[in-house]
Design a protein around this ligand. Sequence first.
Ligand SMILES: [Zn+2]
Ligand SMILES: [Zn+2]
Length: 234
Amino acid sequence: MKDENFCPLCGKEKGHFIKGLCEECFLKKHKLVEIPETISFEQCRTCGKTRLFGKMVVPTEEKLSLIVKKKVKVKDLENEAVDVKVSQASKGVFSAKVLVKGTIDDVSLFFEETVLLEPEFVQCDPCMRLSSQYHEAIIQLRSKDSDKKKLKELLPKLIDFVEAMHSKDSLAAVIDVSEKREGFDLKVGSKKAAQNAVRQMKAKFNAETKSSSVLNGVDKSGNEKYRFTFLVRV
Ligand SMILES: [Zn+2]
Ligand SMILES: [Zn+2]
């Protein structure tokens, strides 16, 4: 016959026993799972992205789950499984349901907690650079037949092409548009985004394109930096 269980702390004889104590007393004495009530995450007040493993990314429920998962601490549980479900109560307001499962002394345990996610507003590096007029490229939008009206129609499309890449490239933004007699000049944060947008103008609106570059200083690691100018004629 199996030894009779007896909890030395509360006298209980029935139920699950873990390392000589009843489950209840054991869990009171041992914190197996630590789930914070609130978890803050860095969020850029300008672009809304959040920092994940050192990178700024668009905060999706999936990505925020990874942030929460990192903050859940589990001790001494075997076969542990942590499941996090982030949901959005209203725009930008997130909470997470954390479920932790595992076993100890052959007793299955289950913990559940709701965590509030609190944005901690910062300004990310690319946004800081863009706000001080950082731009790697200039796009000159020009008309083949001095049709300014056509340029005005195409301008928002060109801006969309540049900014469509913003979720992947934080510098993919038009920071300034100036109207010239012959057309529009756009300052673009990211050279790659500018290049892509120009390619789209070529494919979709049959634009003629030309590019040139000038040396524009040296970066921290001593590499020469260029500013690119793309001429787009439609
Ligand atoms: Zn007990
Ligand atoms: Zn930002």
